[in-house]
Design a protein around this ligand. Sequence first.
Ligand code: TEU
Ligand code: CA
Length: 561
Amino acid sequence: MSNVRTRWYKDAVIYQIYPRSFCDGNGDGIGDIKGIISKLDYIQSLGVNAVWLSPCYKSPNDDNGYDISDYRDIMDEFGTLDDWKEMIAGMHARGIRLIMDLVVNHTSDEHEWFKQSRSSKDNPYRDYYIWRKGKGKNGKRPPNNWTSRFGGTAWEYDEATGEWYLHLFSKKQPDLNWDNPKVREEVHSLVKYWLDLGVDGFRCDVITYISKVEGLPDGKFNIGIVGDEQFTHGPHIHEYLNALNKEVLSNYDCMTVGEASGVTIEQGLLYTAEDRDELDTVFTFEHVECDTFMRLLPIKFKLSNLKKVQARWQYGLRDKGWNSLYYENHDQPRSLPRFVGDYGERRKEAAKMLAISYMMLQGTPYVYQGQEIGMTNKQFEDINEFKDVMVAYIRKVFGVFEPIFRKLIVKVLNKRARDHARMPMQWNDKEYAGFSTVEPWMCINPNYKEINVEEAMKDPDSIYYFYKKVIDFRKNSPLVRYGTFKEHYKSSDDVYCYERWWEGERLLVICNFKNNEVPFDIPDDLVYTECELKLHNYGYDRPKAQSMVLRPYEAAVYILK
Ligand code: TEU
Ligand code: CA
């Protein structure tokens, strides 16, 4: 019996919406809140219990809303606070909770606090941000060697006061100074503001970066991000999160999931252990970095690498913390074809197999908009097609050499770019995929004629209906939610096979990650008297869990007694 507390989010499946790309309600080519409202029945039909909404606050959109200029109001392009209230009421009426994005490592440079802060050294808001004198004779070199996550130095020189400010992301995203108690109070107050308006939790953006090492020392040499060890899980992070929890979050039945770039099991436990009162769960990154070199450059995907990471977290947080399960979000390329290689004619089988492979693990699963219909990446031909601010930074890093490297950069971006996930949701086969009535802000994947929601709803064998089934199964099975994890054939690069144990019952999961037949031997220690096939992506014709030749991308879930 697990000693982990029961909380609503542990039984939940959460659907992520990236508002700019979800549905355009007013015909200006940009997704918005009215658009979301028009799709609430669709979201409900999937059976999810909550939505995580990427930022919808006022923002000049340097990073699509992750640069906030007013925490208490809605982005003009998305609608008004009244629209938002209608949306949350519509969600709650359908039994769907709302998780908002909380972006408080940084604000927009257009936030009133920053405008004040940059205006003079003795402005009361000066210390809301991180200002330092530059190095060198005239202070014209950055204060330290930290690099922005988007590339280049993490510092920007500001003429008005002759000092530099820190920005771990774009220069329009200055980092807040969490060591200033006033900043922490502001955050507490805005979190309370949204909780009082009825929100059910927060996804805390880059929360592991909020506390920087005192004196901001240089980072170690690194071909990736420099300074990581000086600002990830910094000296006061646990104190700050604990205070936020104690003073605000604990007064509400809400959940928090921290985006925890660079998190290890040990740190993960510090953030999520139930007796520490910090966060409820974290988004880890290791599994979406298992096909990269230095967490950056794409390398060949190996199933055993993914499994190793997943297993470590399954065992690591068991009975102590709580995992978040995901393959996709607005920063990651689509899992098709990322984790399954060239799927050819077998997109549906592959997508269904992927759904089983992660949703039967322990933790709260997330489904990113479009994942449930098997949306895919696209081949970008030209560097100018990418809209992400990150690409502009990468180009800047290459400087005058950029044209020479352009082909290579496009090749890498085709594997890794965040743009893949940000192509508009494909609703039908009409012009602009039913996302909008005018040309959208971001290109549409040319495959929208075959891959779209309308098509998926018409086809009883679609990926959409399969997700619905998996979600329903999960929601009704304590075995899937709470069972102990045990892995088989750890080193196999073809088959993902694991068990979950709960009160005398066992769940057996078998997934073939290959687009070809793979022989599968039933594990020796697998003895059972009763067997029920619960989920299968090939027509439920494998009633018994036994040795077999798995079909391409075949996936099956059994309950054994
Ligand atoms: O992302 C933080 C982050 O470091 C990564 O997700 C990064 O964008 C990715 O690893 C690139 O490979 C969060 C948000 O999810 C992202 O959209 C924002 O751009 C970023 O914070 C800044 O707010
Ligand atoms: Ca719109």
